[in-house]
Design a protein around this ligand. Structure first.
Ligand SMILES: [Zn+2]
Length: 227
């Protein structure tokens, strides 16, 4: 699938010869074709029906980002969140632990983790908060934010304060947050976070929204040496 007319919402299916595998390479069958071509999945691939599509794919296709160094070139392959399975191993990989055609993780569960999931995970790793520490998540009900909340609470064992609009509260609370601050109901986010954290401030604040004011408010919520 390539962007045949960058600047417009348009994709084109182009067939190429399957390249020869080099040393250490693997051939991956992406599942996007199963869905987009409307073909019937094979019996043993019934759980392989989903792949990730990012909003930035749309941005690249339509040349929406003026700050990019150059516009998207016609013929660029679309997508960066493909879910697939390894169908062939290159030389040097025989006997390796790469599983051919494995489907341990169902595609509909893997698809959302390839951009939002990795962004969430890497942000939490870089924040380096000790288990039990407080972390504030701006945009807690968004595509990245709701994954940050789940990982922070259930993988990193952190105490999470989620911030978003009132309508997101049920979703965000189901992601394991301890405290929820609805934007419409909170006079001062900084003050509320301080109160919640015994006036110490949070060990980290993760901004998962494009709202500029979140960045400036985040600094005021941090404890000494916070990130
Ligand atoms: Zn993405």
């Amino acid at each position: 699938m390539v962007y045949d007319q960058p600047g417009k919402v348009s994709i084109k299916r182009v067939s190429i010869e399957t390249p020869e595998l080099g040393a250490g390479q693997v051939l991956v069958r992406l599942l996007v074709y199963v869905v987009m071509m409307g073909s019937v999945p094979l019996a043993d691939t019934s759980d392989r029906t989903h792949t990730g599509v990012c909003y930035s794919d749309h941005g690249l296709m339509t040349n929406a980002w003026a700050r990019y160094p150059r516009p998207t070139l016609a013929g660029q392959i679309g997508g960066h969140e493909g879910v697939g399975y390894v169908v062939r191993l290159g030389t040097g990989l025989e006997g390796s632990s790469i599983m051919l055609g494995t489907h341990e993780v169902q595609s509909h569960l893997a698809a959302p983790l390839l951009c939002a999931g990795l962004s969430a995970y890497s942000a939490l790793k870089k924040a380096r908060v000790c288990p039990g520490g407080w972390v504030v998540v701006f945009g807690a009900g968004g595509g990245v934010g709701h994954l940050v909340c789940q990982m922070a609470a259930r993988v990193f064992s952190l105490r999470v304060i989620g911030i978003d609009f009132k309508e997101k509260e049920t979703l965000v609370r189901s992601c394991g947050v301890e405290t929820y601050l609805a934007l419409e109901e909170t006079e001062s986010l900084v003050k509320s976070v301080k109160t919640e954290t015994n006036e110490l401030g949070a060990a980290a604040a993760l901004v998962c929204t494009g709202e500029d004011s979140a960045y400036s408010q985040a600094l005021g919520m941090l404890r000494f040496n916070g990130s």
